[in-house]
Design a binder for this molecule. Sequence first.
Ligand code: AMP
Length: 215
Amino acid sequence: MNLMVFGAPGVGKGTQAKFLIEKYGIPQISTGDILREAIKKNSKMGLEAKKYMDEGKLVPDSTIIGIIKERLSEDDCKKGFILDGFPRTIPQAEALEELMNEMGIKLDKVISLSVPDSMIVERISGRRVCKECGASFHVKFNPAKVDGVCDYCDGELIIRKDDNPQTVKSRLEAYHAQTAPLFEFYKNKGVLVEIDGTKDVKSVTQEIFEAIEKA
Ligand code: AMP
């Protein structure tokens, strides 16, 4: 099964993707996580991308498409995958379509999570992420079992550098200007499922599972 979680920053894409991994045994492909990993390793691509990420801007399409081409060709993607944070622009979506056509596969479902911007700011301000595996938690809405420790890998939980109010504002602007048009793009293809992302984490997970099973 090939899935995508779609929505603004902070709607819960990464959190829900983790539950989908557990249920369906397919890998999560987060371009944000891949870029953060490249920054950690001080690679040329990582250092280039960092300039955009620190300002809350999108990394150029050519870099992102290169990352995805490489990642989707890995063996673990043969049984399916969950795209998280990709595509974020129409050219990225078109490149993905071309790539999937070449691979003889298709996107089965695009799970769109909607949350108003005012709520997103609160969600992001309480977000904590694992330094090791990138899993997301929230101090109030989705706390880790042990404070400051990742439920999945025992890694340390930190505040992401771009989760500050100024950068979040830029990230939301980038979302509305460049990413939101993908909603219509996937709706027209008949693969979009709309889920109310304002509900509690467990209810959202339940609705996503039901939408996938119904398909
Ligand atoms: P995320 O972890 O998905 O919130 O992504 C963090 C940052 O990485 C974004 O604000 C962008 O600067 C960059 N990024 C991640 N995925 C993409 C993408 N598909 N296209 C462009 N930039 C991206």
